[in-house]
Ligand binder design. Structure first.
Ligand code: PLP
Ligand code: TYF
Length: 390
């Protein structure tokens, strides 16, 4: 049976972890996979997470099954953070816990496919490389619209809106909620408003991928685009990840919300999400979501989490400014937010930087800003600037 399968390349981003690990050169720089790093290049467990794990160890009395919707308290406690105090708890919002943001995206795509045979989803170019396989895996037709030009470091907003004007009512539009992966580029207020107006006018359904809340401009600020789209449109989906903003990566912590036209429609959509989830993962893993719930239930741990999140965000902002000041070719970094920047390197330049200089980045020229340090940033700029394609 398996002889019918063809060989497959490794995940381009995850492969970089191994390449970097096996590189013996002392000055190597890892700007590859999108994880936060501190000044020492480490990704430590947050203190708030450790404290919550201690509490769970002491107090958790059972590991029995919870159900397909996972930890209901976790989902409820996230709502004010994501949707704001007014929308939190709304009967037009139906949320379930998922295995990471990835699980949320897949569940969203499956729900769309079931709701609407022949459903289509628009994604910007470029986007996170996993988006296409996740959506295609659920049977959605994928359409693309321009989003960002690495050479000018600008959003191609006019071209994006032109493309979306041709979308059909009921088409889904994938929108990165904040800290766009791989570009770091964000819509300004006017652009966000225009996109929301277009989605509402043409009956498009936003699917908001919010995987970096708090790592861009701040928790509230990073929710702005999502809230605007949800307010403008009758129907929407929001796929959330706690894996970056709580530093929980391998615990696979996420959630999916559907916004329906009415409370009844929302309830039905949520029930369908649970049926789909039962057919894929049955029930989500508990530990990471329980950690987030334990933190969000306790004001002192919320304060600690906020402080740690602020520290991560401030470090990334400082590095962005430093990079922008270091060379005119990197000036775009200061305008953008979050962990990523997409630089106009050719594939050959990416290879040269890795092989000659021990500098690791994604094949499309994306760098993880958090992998830079006060110490290595100069070496990065010296090696990289001459290879930029501008
Ligand atoms: N969406 C984007 C844009 C991402 O960068 C990631 C990163 O992993 C995800 C979704 C998925 O998050 P998770 O690791 O929680 O599955
Ligand atoms: O883009 C990134 O680097 C993160 C982490 O298959 C990631 O989103 C990378 C590859 C992958 C899953 C997550």
């Amino acid at each position: 049976m398996f002889s019918g399968l063809s060989p497959q390349p490794a995940d381009g981003l995850l492969r970089l972890i191994v390449l970097h690990r096996d590189d013996p050169r002392p000055g190597k720089i890892d700007l590859g996979v999108g994880i936060y790093r501190d000044d020492d290049g480490a990704t430590p467990v947050l203190k708030a997470v450790k404290a919550a794990e201690h509490i769970l160890l002491e107090t958790q009395e059972s590991k029995s099954y919870l159900g397909a919707d996972g930890d209901v308290g976790f989902v409820q406690l996230l709502e004010p953070i994501i949707f704001g105090a007014e929308m939190a708890g709304s009967s037009r919002l139906g949320g379930v816990q998922t295995p990471g943001g990835t699980g949320a995206l897949r569940l969203a795509a499956e729900l769309v496919a079931q709701s609407r045979p022949g459903a289509r989803i628009w994604t910007g170019t470029p986007t996170w490389p996993n988006h296409a396989p996740i959506f295609a895996g659920a049977g959605l037709e994928i359409l693309t619209h321009p989003f960002f030009d690495a050479e000018t470091q600008r959003i191609e907003f006019g071209a994006m809106m032109n493309a979306l004007e041709s979308a059909e009512p009921g088409d889904v539009v994938l929108v990165h909620g904040s800290s766009h992966n791989p570009t770091g580029a964000e819509l300004d207020e006017g652009q966000a408003e225009a996109l929301a107006e277009l989605c509402a006018r043409r009956g498009l359904v936003p699917l908001i991928d919010l995987a970096y809340q708090g790592l861009g401009r701040g928790l509230e600020e990073d929710a702005g685009l999502a809230r605007r789209l949800l307010a403008a449109c009758d129907e929407a989906l929001l796929a959330y990840s706690c894996d970056k903003n709580f530093g929980l990566y391998r615990e696979r912590v996420g959630a999916l919300w559907v916004q329906g036209q009415t409370a009844d429609a929302t309830q039905i959509a949520r029930d369908n999400m649970l049926v789909v989830a039962r057919g894929i993962w049955s029930m989500p893993p508990d530990h990471g979501a329980a950690i987030v719930r334990v933190i969000l239930e306790r004001p002192e741990l919320v304060a600690l989490w906020h402080a740690e999140l602020d520290e991560m965000r401030d470090r990334i902002s400082r590095l962005r400014e430093k990079l922008a000041e270091s060379h005119p070719l990197f000036a775009g970094a200061a305008r953008q937010t979050g962990m990523f920047a997409l630089l106009p390197f050719s594939p050959e330049a990416v290879t040269e930087l890795r092989e000659m200089h021990g500098i690791y980045m994604a094949g499309n020229g994306r760098i993880n800003i958090a992998g830079l340090t006060e110490e290595n940033i100069e070496r990065f700029v010296e090696a990289a600037a001459p290879l930029l394609r501008v």
